[in-house]
Ligand binder design. Structure first.
Ligand code: NAP
Length: 318
């Protein structure tokens, strides 16, 4: 049986990735930072907590990673662990940069020293592109990151490419645009909008407070984006791929759609300029031609389709 190690298994993508790998017959081992304080709500929600093995490993320790590679002898290593919030990265830049970069170097060094046949996936981010000049963004677009998070992801991305080019390792980067699901934490935009809207509809909250909503982003559905990660790792040749819907939508339109579904007035939206980011990207969307053509990845959902699923799931689990 093929074995996959996943870091960040408690996160949104980690949960869906583990579920899809299990469904394909893989054994899944999740590396977590603290077994005594594990947030297993997502794994429980999708019903796979008892189908995976969890191990406590400090990703800032190369020797600890070497030990787990030696112990488990995985075929695949999916690296999803990261301080993943752009807003938090402005509050904790040092911690974000330190963890998001050092963990990747440690894993790649551990693979290089233990077993160069382990296939490695790095969770890169569209935030790396930052200040874009030409749209749509493609795999060739120059990186100009605009936040500590984006800088950390850009460094980790190039480290991953470097281990492919310098040592011949199978390393691939999925450059994913924003993608959501019921499992998204509350500090992310769409989750906050839907949950707050439900609370307003139940009379428990007065307003939805937001930052700059006159910006556009390319949003998608997490379980579908995770499929692309597996397709990349199943290829013979390692490469990097943009995973996105191919179109952007105003944050304001997302709120208005959710509010209309729950019969809430748009007068309940309060824009707070103190929530604006220090540096903002006004519009961004990507081209997913390469992923569709080379990987055979299929994606045809609009973000309104995704919102319908998310609103239903949130109401169902309320
Ligand atoms: P998420 O829900 O925030 O999950 C992050 C995961 O990283 C959690 O399992 C968390 O574990 C783990 N983690 C954080 N800091 C850690 C540390 N110091 N040591 C060990 N583990 C740590 O993120 P996601 O949405 O699933 O995203 C997965 C990956 O894709 C991330 O690398 C993210 O940056 C990247 N990405 C996401 C998106 C998106 O739209 N979702 C887009 C592009 C790229 P705990 O449970 O212990 O906190």
């Amino acid at each position: 049986m093929k074995r996959s190690i996943i870091t960040g298994i408690t996160g949104q993508d980690g949960c869906y990735l583990a579920q899809q790998l299990i469904n394909k017959g893989y054994e899944v081992i999740g590396l977590v930072r603290d077994l005594n304080q594990i947030n297993d709500s997502g794994l429980k929600h999708i019903g796979i907590l008892d189908k995976i093995r969890l191990e406590q490993v400090d990703l800032l320790s190369e020797s600890a990673i070497v030990d787990s590679l030696t112990k488990f002898k995985p075929t695949f290593f999916y690296n999803l662990a990261a301080q993943s919030s752009v807003s938090n990265s402005f509050i904790e830049p040092t911690q974000t940069l330190l963890f998001n970069i050092s963990s990747v170097i440690n894993i790649l060094e551990a693979i290089r020293k233990t077993d160069i046949n382990i296939k490695f996936y790095q969770a890169s981010s569209s935030e790396m592109f930052g200040k874009v000049v030409h749209l749509p963004v493609s795999e060739q677009t120059v990186l100009h990151p605009l936040s500590p998070y984006a800088i950390s992801k850009a460094s980790a991305h190039w480290i991953t490419v470097n281990y492919r080019e310098a040592y011949g390792l199978f390393t691939c980067c999925g450059i994913l645009f924003n993608h959501d699901s019921y499992l998204r934490p509350m500090n992310f935009f769409t989750k906050k909008v839907i949950r707050t809207a439900i609370e307003i509809s139940k009379g428990r909250k007065e307003f939805l407070e937001v930052g700059n909503i006159d910006v556009k982003r390319d949003f998608g559905y997490a379980p579908k984006y995770v499929e692309a990660m597996i397709l990349m790792m199943e290829k013979e040749i390692a490469d990097d791929y943009l995973i996105c819907s191919g179109e952007s939508i105003y944050l304001r339109d997302i709120i208005e759609y959710v509010f209309s579904k729950l019969n809430i007035s748009t007068q309940k939206i309060v824009v707070n300029k103190s929530l604006y980011r220090p540096a903002e990207i006004m519009d961004m969307y990507g081209a997913n031609y390469k992923a569709k053509a080379v990987l055979g990845w299929k994606y045809d959902m609009t973000y309104f389709d995704v919102l319908d699923i998310l609103i239903q799931e949130e109401l169902h689990n309320w």
